[in-house]
Write a protein that binds this ligand. Structure first.
Ligand code: SAH
Ligand code: F3S
Length: 481
């Protein structure tokens, strides 16, 4: 691998991977899911070979890239606002070029060039390897667009340049795209068909991270439980695979086991799990390896069977409960978090009550909650009227947020009095004399620094909490250190 000098810089935009001899400056901003942040590291790696170093200053940039999100309308509006800002900067730096990457690029394609005059380049999530050519086109004064979705591209052969890195935790992509077709969701359209990455390249990346001092990885996919490697190809073609391919295939539970064994001291997390695809084999694998964290992000979206069906979520509320029960039987202290949507078309007060009662049953550790936002092209947009009034969506949203806060506090309080292993990630936002880290359950823990340092595994006695944070005192290093 080429020589990369790492330096730590905070913020969304970054200056991290610096290759000696590079002269042009790339400013890259990322929005949306963790996968986008991870993709920006791949983009920085591809462009570092083309003479670009990253910069954290927009005013220095020769090339500005914005890696975009289309999941809700608001995400797109935020990006459009940023483009206005870039426009203002371009007035003083006329040679500066602007490219839109990610889901908005894929969704809007060349329409973006017409709507946003500042944009020179539009690149979809599977086309980043074409960036050297696209940048050349733009340099020569032509607009450039590549939004071709791939059935194979996983970027498994590219070593990401770690941007914004704390040097301790990192993301590793294991699948791309999604085949689930939830009726509200734009992701299958913007990120294409689901593909899994070769387990060897995943383990190699994980080993490399460990050798460079990283202590925790999060395996990323839209739906990690659906991971399946049998030598390449789409998941749906597995049925036609040869007997040898079937016999040597690797599913998500097996991948987790491989990663956990490759680096027994490295903490392993994963995101996102889907209730309809999660298996007990995965939960048992989590229980088997101490370095796999006891935390599952398990979005449910709604507690109503009728709405779940309309969303094309292929499980019932009862099946979800039995999954939760089984997880807790095998891993009693497993943290579970949710994503919820309020105001999906046709949602009634009764459906909303079902969501609240589902939350009461599970008592999630935390959650991410949203008002339904109609996305053009999705099945819900085509077939169902977005008829729940905005005020009703918002009111239901505040009710579930309020409930979640109560449950989060209930969960954090259960940690008081326990001594838990915490991996130190950095300085606490509130106090420079305290460290911030996470326990296995992914809850933030804050404690006085003493002589510990970033990257240490420390045993912390938990003494108090808010609904989001645990506070305590370190009592020594963990045996993992
Ligand atoms: N499987 C994915 C889900 C991506 S979208 C993952 O890896 O997280 C993240 C969350 O955004 C979804 O779980 C859902 O709760 C929310 N979301 C998706 N589409 C939405 C829409 N049209 N309106 C509101 N929220 C939406
Ligand atoms: Fe979207 Fe459903 Fe896939 S929420 S990312 S279509 S699992």
């Amino acid at each position: 691998m080429e020589k990369i000098i790492d330096e730590k810089v905070q913020g969304t935009s970054v200056k991290n991977g610096i290759k000696l001899g590079n002269t042009r400056k790339l400013y890259i901003e990322s929005y949306g899911c963790q996968m986008n942040f991870s993709d920006s590291e791949i983009v920085a790696s591809i462009l570092s070979k083309e003479g670009f170093n990253t910069t954290d200053s927009l005013n220095d940039a020769d090339l500005v890239l914005v890696n975009t999100c289309s999941i809700r309308e608001k995400a797109e509006l935020t990006v459009r606002k940023r483009l206005e800002k870039f426009n203002a900067v371009k007035k003083t730096r006329p040679h500066m070029k602007v490219g839109v990457l990610g889901c908005m690029a894929e969704r809007l394609k060349s329409q973006l060039l017409e709507e946003e005059k500042i944009v020179d380049m539009v690149v979809g999530p599977d086309a980043y390897k074409d960036l050297p050519n696209l940048v050349r086109d733009v340099d020569e004064g032509r607009n450039a667009v590549n939004v071709i979705l791939s059935k194979e591209e996983t970027y498994g052969d590219i070593a990401p340049v770690r941007l914004n890195s704390n040097g301790v935790t990192a993301f590793v992509s294991i699948t791309r795209g999604c085949d689930n077709m939830c009726t509200f969701c734009v992701v299958p359209f913007t990120r294409g068909r689901e593909r899994s990455r070769d387990p060897h390249s995943i383990v190699e990346e994980v080993n490399d991270l460990w050798n460079r001092g990283f202590k925790e990885v999060t395996l990323l996919g839209q739906n990690v439980d659906s991971y399946l490697w049998y030598g390449g190809g789409l998941k749906k073609d597995f049925k036609e695979a040869s007997e040898i391919q079937k016999a040597t295939s690797v599913n998500f539970a097996q991948l987790l086991g491989k990663v956990a064994e490759a680096q027994p001291k490295l903490r392993i997390r994963f995101s996102t799990s889907n209730p309809q695809d999660m298996t007990m084999e995965v939960v048992k694998t989590m229980a088997k390896y101490r370095n796999i964290c006891n935390y599952i992000h398990l979005p449910v979206q709604s507690g109503s069977n009728r709405i779940l069906k309309a969303m094309n979520r292929l499980h019932t509320r009862e099946e979800y409960f039995s999954l939760i029960d089984n997880i807790r039987k095998i891993i009693p202290d497993c943290a579970i978090s949710q994503d919820m949507i309020t105001g999906f078309p046709t949602e009634t007060e009764e459906d909303h009550e079902d969501t609240l009662s589902l939350m009461d049953y599970v008592k999630y550790d935390f959650g991410f909650m949203f008002a339904y936002s109609e996305r053009p092209g999705t099945l819900a947009a085509r077939k169902l009227e977005d008829a729940v009034p905005q005020e009703t969506k918002k009111r239901r949203l505040s009710e579930i947020i309020e409930k979640q806060l109560t449950h989060s506090l209930y969960r954090t309080q259960l940690h008081i009095g326990k001594t838990e292993e915490v991996l130190i990630e950095g300085v606490s936002k509130k106090s420079s004399s305290e460290w911030m880290g996470r326990n296995s359950q992914n809850t933030v823990v804050v404690f006085p620094k003493e002589n510990y340092k970033v990257g240490d595994f420390v045993m912390v006695k938990i003494e108090s909490c808010t609904s989001a944070t645990l506070k305590g005192t370190a009592i020594g290093y963990s045996e993992n250190n």
